[in-house]
Design a protein around this ligand. Structure first.
Ligand code: F6R
Length: 583
């Protein structure tokens, strides 16, 4: 993942500091360490760039990086930019065959200061530059050597330009305007430069660009031939993510669900019908996603089965290679992603595109790589989700997918009524009293070593999602199971007072809860009605076919309080990043 950002300008005199400011807006891409280089100064630090107070000498160009460690631990040496002789580079992606090249260069006597794959790219560019004295062909040749995904931004001593290249990892050019008319920005995501411009060029795979102030020339990375690029005006306004009265983005975004569920289904009937007609046009639908979005897709598998009588195949994107042989012109690949940049998903979509499959997607970021590669795309309109743990995007994805299932059964209006009802009940539910009560339940659970969650039908994926949410922010081990599965093994783990969250209060789930209680489990019920078996009760509105969406809400609040009561930062949990752009 990692965020990269660079400026080449004759308007901006403090490019180093401006790059730091821009990188702060990309911190969700990785926050293990950061680094920025101007022509003659490199500053690197372990920790979050949002805490940086560094200053740079005046300069009109700078490149920078906020890191999520892949190769090499979280150290200053492994932070970017990497410098080798005249080459200074930041890299986002993974250079899979770096060890082979590193060994070759070590045999030549070259010395490495980091354990990263990225430093090897700097050495390779220098090696090619020494041979050809042509930086453009040096970068082209190195791109040929790299197996994997990359976006790189390079400065070379003695050159005024900034050089960039992309294969697989996002890279977007911002064309300065007004007072920044002689400035060009390059970033892995638009928010880094949105305060300066909304005019962009998307660098596509296997393209490179040479940038000097407002002059940008694009090339095909293989042939080296110059390419034309359209200037695209993005409609985004700079969304200042503001915590307002809340202590963290996570809880703010949980409360944003008072509005976001309505926004999620705010598509015209025609947009929904067009999407469904594309979904119906194939001969088999694969839904692909990762993490929480994957659990959302499993919930959708139930929606489509029950409501539309359609079988959907749901596969975590990283497992899709096993099924690629079934992808052909008749296949519908349906991706669900908050960021729209997840590498595991993009890889499947790129493969599917080559096979002629139709690509549909739902994302929160409208101009994301996944949205752009799709034949049909719908946004969930959830607004910026800044906390690493997905909350409002999750329920918005579920709401839109539930609506699509109704539309697939020609009952779009009925779907709208269910979801409007849910949105209004959620609006009532999310209030300070409810939050305070769930906090009191979190107090009783915060010292647990394990939390079990069970659910059946569309609540089974919510048990899986609840476990992700609890684990990622509180670091308590949590595991979700299909309610009927506990007795097939996991029940052996239940001892006196083992916390078990039971989603739903239908007869079968309650029987499974009784089996757990008989072994000493403490039962926390999530349901619209209380039940005598529940030791604690987290109330949800009765929501009919949308019960899975309603059941997510108390768990999100519970997870938030489990984290904060344990003294943790729920917005930036350890080892994670918001946008996962490496495989
Ligand atoms: C967990 C979480 C992750 C993401 C996953 C996919 O709270 O947010 O599991 O769901 O990394 O990311 P997107 O949705 O951006 O493709």
């Amino acid at each position: 993942m990692c965020g990269v950002f660079a400026i080449s300008s004759s308007d901006i005199q403090n490019a180093g500091e401006k790059v730091i400011e821009g990188l702060k807006k990309l911190e969700y891409r990785g926050y293990d360490s950061w680094g920025v280089a101007t022509s003659d100064t490199i500053i690197k630090q372990v920790g979050k760039i949002s805490e940086s107070t560094s200053h740079f000498p005046p300069d009109t160009k700078a490149i920078g990086h906020s890191r999520w460690a892949t190769h090499g631990g979280v150290t200053k040496e492994n932070s970017h930019p990497h410098k080798y002789k005249s080459v200074i580079l930041v890299h986002n992606g993974i250079f899979e065959n770096y060890l082979t090249e590193k060994e070759r260069l070590l045999e030549k006597g070259e010395v490495f200061v980091s354990n990263t794959d990225s430093e090897v790219i700097a050495h390779l560019i220098q090696e090619q530059l020494d041979l050809s004295h042509n930086i453009k062909s040096a970068i082209q040749n190195v791109a040929q050597m790299i197996i994997g995904r990359f976006s790189i931004i390079v400065m070379v001593e003695g050159y005024n330009e900034i050089f960039v290249a992309r294969r697989g990892s996002p890279l977007i050019i911002g064309r300065g305007k007004d007072q920044y008319a002689h400035t060009t920005f390059v970033a892995s995501d638009i928010p880094a430069f949105l305060e300066y411009t909304n005019i962009v060029n998307y660098i596509d795979d296997d393209e490179m660009a040479i940038i000097h102030n407002d002059h940008v020339t694009f090339y095909d990375l293989d042939s080296g031939k110059e390419k034309e690029k359209r200037n695209i005006e993005v409609s985004w306004k700079e969304e200042i993510a503001d915590k307002g009265e809340y202590n963290h983005f996570m809880i703010k975004e949980i409360f944003d669900q008072k509005q976001s569920l309505t926004a999620a289904i705010n598509h015209t009937d025609q947009e929904i019908k067009n999407f469904i007609s594309d979904l119906q046009s194939g001969n088999g639908v694969y839904m692909i996603a990762c993490g929480t979005a994957h659990k959302v897709c499993i919930a959708a598998e139930y929606y489509f089965s029950y409501i539309a009588g359609r079988k959907i195949n749901v596969v975590p994107a990283s497992e899709m290679p096993a099924f690629e042989r079934f992808i052909n012109k008749k296949t519908i690949l349906f991706a669900v992603s908050q960021s729209g940049e997840t590498a595991d998903i993009l890889e499947v979509l790129e493969f599917g595109k080559k096979r002629g499959a139709k690509i549909l997607s739902i994302t929160n970021v409208e101009s994301s790589s996944i949205a752009r590669i799709s034949d049909n795309h719908l946004s969930i309109h959830a607004g910026k989700e800044k906390a690493v743990a997905s909350t409002k995007a999750t329920t918005s994805q579920m709401a839109l997918l539930l609506l699509l299932a109704y539309a697939d059964n020609n009952r779009l209006n009925a779907g709208r009524l269910v979801l409007q009802d849910l949105a209004s009940n959620v609006n009532d539910l999310l209030n300070p009293r409810y939050e305070k009560y769930i906090k009191s339940v979190a107090e009783t659970l915060k010292d647990s070593n394990n939390i079990f969650i069970i659910g059946r039908n569309s609540l089974y994926p919510i048990a899986l999602e609840s476990a992700i949410k609890i684990m990622e922010v509180s670091y308590i081990h949590a595991q979700g199971f299909a309610a009927g599965e506990m007795k097939h093994g996991p029940i052996a783990l239940i001892e006196k007072n083992s916390p078990c969250i039971v989603l739903g209060c239908d007869n079968e789930t309650i029987s499974n809860a009784i089996e757990l209680k008989s072994r000493g489990a403490k039962i926390i019920g999530v349901a619209s009605e209380n039940h005598m078996i529940f030791d604690q009760w987290l109330k949800i509105p009765s929501a009919g076919t949308a019960i899975s969406i309603a059941s997510v809400l108390p768990i999100q609040i519970l997870s938030y309080y489990l984290a904060t009561l344990r003294g943790l930062d729920p917005d930036m949990p350890r080892n994670l990043a918001k946008s996962v752009t490496v495989k």
